[in-house]
Design a protein. Structure first.
Length: 150
């Protein structure tokens, strides 16, 4: 699985917005400048992220953008879903369209897999992303050496 560029840029934009948490508000143009993303892309993302309640837009002389809720309460899953919709590895779960449905023995398992994937992304908050990455914070290998040998 690979995130779309837009979802990737949304995480980058929200992480940068979170860096302004205590400093008041920030504009879409400032976020674009700070992230190196094109202004039209950031404006499009801001629209989606605001609609999802992850950003809040304040008008007026002291207006701008701010997080819609605390950084610790916004997850990577929230951001990806705001841009991409529900997190799912396969299309058959969302719309039921599958050329191989009659012989598929995986259909019942995909919701479990999708829930695990969403859970992993939901475990990473903007607060976590604001801190410098440490070698100890890396996710360990999923398979233990014993399972790899099997």
């Amino acid at each position: 699985m690979r995130l779309s560029n837009l979802a990737d840029y949304a995480v980058i934009t929200m992480s940068q917005a979170a860096a302004h948490c205590g400093d008041g508000r920030v504009s879409a143009a400032e976020l674009a400048s700070e992230t190196g993303l094109p202004v039209p892309t950031v404006q499009r993302l801001v629209s989606k992220l605001t609609a999802a309640g992850l950003l809040r837009s304040v008008r007026g002389a002291k207006g701008g953008l701010q997080l819609g809720r605390p950084a610790a309460a916004i997850t990577v899953a929230d951001i990806v879903e705001a841009v991409e919709g529900p997190i799912a590895l396969t299309a058959c779960i969302d719309n039921g369209a599958c050329d191989y449905e009659a012989g598929c023995n995986m259909k019942a398992h995909w919701p479990i897999i999708n829930t695990a994937l969403r859970g992993a992304l939901a475990g990473i908050t903007l607060e976590t992303l604001r801190a410098p990455a440490k070698a100890s914070s890396r996710i360990p290998d999923i398979l233990s050496p014993k399972e790899e040998a099997a």
